[in-house]
Each structure stands twice: as C-alpha cells, then as structure tokens.
Design a protein around this ligand. Structure first.
Ligand code: FE2
Length: 288
C-alpha cells in the first residue's frame, strides 16, 4: 500500500524493507492468522475466481500460522518469479511502484488484533498476504502487477498518480471478474480478505456492478472508509493484462486532464450495467 507523504522510519533499508521478524510473532498472532485463513478459505470457493483458489496453496507452508516470507518467497519465485518483502505499513508511491516493477510485493508485517477482526484502517499481513499473494502465483496476474508497477513509475514522473491509483483500486483491490457462465466472481484483495465484503460485493443489491472501462474507471472516485458503492467487472485476467500493456497511458492522461471526476454512484449511458445498485446500504450508513 502506498502513500506519498511520509518519511522513512529509522531501521528501514533504502528501499523501505525491514526484516519480517517471523520469530517474534506470538502464539496468539499465529492463531489469528489461522482463524482468518480458515474462515475465508471456507467461504470463498464458488465466490472467488478459480485462479485465486489455485494460488491459495502457495500459502500452505511447512509451518502453520503467519507465513514466513523467506519460505513464501521461495515458493512464489518458483511459480512466477515474485517475492514478498516486509515493510513498516504504508510506504511512498515511488518505492511501492519500484518494488512492483521488480516483482516484489511489499507487505506489512503486523497482524490485526481480535478487536479489529472485521475492520481495520491500515492493511495488515492478512490483507497483504492472503489477499494479494495467491494471484501473484498466477502467471497472467503476476505480469499485470508488474506492468502496473512500471506504469506507476511513469505516472509518478508525469504527476498523474491519482488517475492510475484508481485502476489499482478498482482491479487489484476491489475487482470482480465475469465467469464462463456470465456469473460474477471476486478477485480483488480488499474483497477476498474481508468476510463481510466477500458477501456484500456479490450478493447485496446496494452497489453498482459495471463493466470494466479503463478511461471511465480512471475518472471515478472511490471510498476508503466502507464497502464500495461500485465494482468494475473485467472479462478475464488476460484481457486486463492485454489492455494494460497495449494502452499508451500518456495520451489518456492528457485527454483526462480536464475531464471532471465521476461521482461514486453515477451510472453513465455508456456503462455496461451488470447490476444497477439501490445504494441502500451507503444511504443507511450515511444516515447513521
Ligand atoms: Fe491491498
């Protein structure tokens, strides 16, 4: 997870990495991982993209509890050439992009407390590793993540990170994908690592579910404080990678420079609408 305005804490390397400190996790912290893992692994089959379930085995390591990044990276390296490195929570955008462009996924090394079981503000190791790593074992998605990192390095140079970060948000974090029988499946890490949103994103009548459209999505605001009001549906990981690699983002940034943002719940006449959401959940939360 990236954030532009922070200083490098003492004890971190130049690239903001720190030792994971696997030996320092307590039994309670390992138990928290196992509890979250079991709960999600049980509810996700049938809801999540099959590529995610295939990748989940990469997390089943020789020791139970929180994955040891050394062993995890060895496994992942064999599958797709990726590694997982520990960082102290949020890191600057350029560091985050540099890691991705070099096939390194930066993960927080702390785990949530029992009080934060279903909601926490900063992504923990369960979100980062359970949510993101299984798809990094998929060759196509692994290439997409690297392409995003390279795109991020370019966007940072052009001062248009905000636009590109919406692509990350609406795919890597909160994406849905169409399946063979025209049903929807989840794959975004923010959804798959959340029990509540794994249900809400597919079953609840509130949110809009709209076809993926790169330009449109880069103009669309998003919320960081609650379940999404919009989900965008890709046709396949292959198509997402193809569009990312074949699109020249420079002209799009120029074209969108003067375009107004699209409000979160707006549906455009040009949208491919899978679900026209009632937005009842968001309204109820706003009233509460
Ligand atoms: Fe994430």
């Amino acid at each position: 997870m990236a954030n532009a305005q922070i200083d490098r804490p003492a004890g971190t390397a130049e690239d903001w990495t720190i030792p994971q400190g696997w030996d320092r996790y307590t039994a309670a912290e390992h138990a928290m991982w196992d509890r979250l893992f079991e709960r999600q692994a049980k509810m996700l089959p049938g809801r999540v993209a099959p590529e995610f379930m295939d990748g989940l085995d990469v997390l089943r390591l020789s020791k139970p509890g929180i994955p040891d990044f050394e062993e995890l990276s060895e496994r992942l390296m064999k599958a797709t050439g990726w590694q997982v490195v520990a960082v102290p929570g949020l890191i600057p955008d350029d560091v985050f992009f540099d890691h991705l462009a070099n096939r390194r996924f930066a993960s927080g090394n702390f785990i949530r407390t029992p009080e934060q079981l279903d909601y926490l503000q900063e992504p923990d190791i369960f979100h980062d590793v359970f949510g993101h790593v299984p798809l990094l074992a998929n060759p196509v998605f692994a290439d997409y993540m690297q392409a995003y990192g390279v795109g991020g390095q370019r966007a940072a140079g052009a001062g248009v990170i905000e636009r590109l970060s919406r692509l990350y948000w609406y795919t890597v974090e909160f994406g849905l994908v169409r399946d063979a029988s025209d049903g929807l499946k989840i794959y975004g890490a923010g959804i798959v690592s959340s029990y509540g949103e794994s249900l809400f994103s597919l079953d609840d009548p509130s949110p809009n579910r709209l076809g993926f459209d790169l330009r449109r999505l880069m103009r669309t605001k998003y919320r960081i404080d609650d379940y999404q009001q919009n989900y965008f549906v890709i046709d396949s990981f292959e198509d997402l990678l193809k569009q990312t690699l074949e699109t020249d983002f420079g002209p799009i940034y120029a074209e969108l420079a003067g375009a107004p943002d699209i409000e979160i719940e707006t549906i455009l006449p040009t949208d491919k609408v899978y679900t026209r959401g009632t937005q009842a959940y968001a309204r109820e939360q706003a009233r509460a």
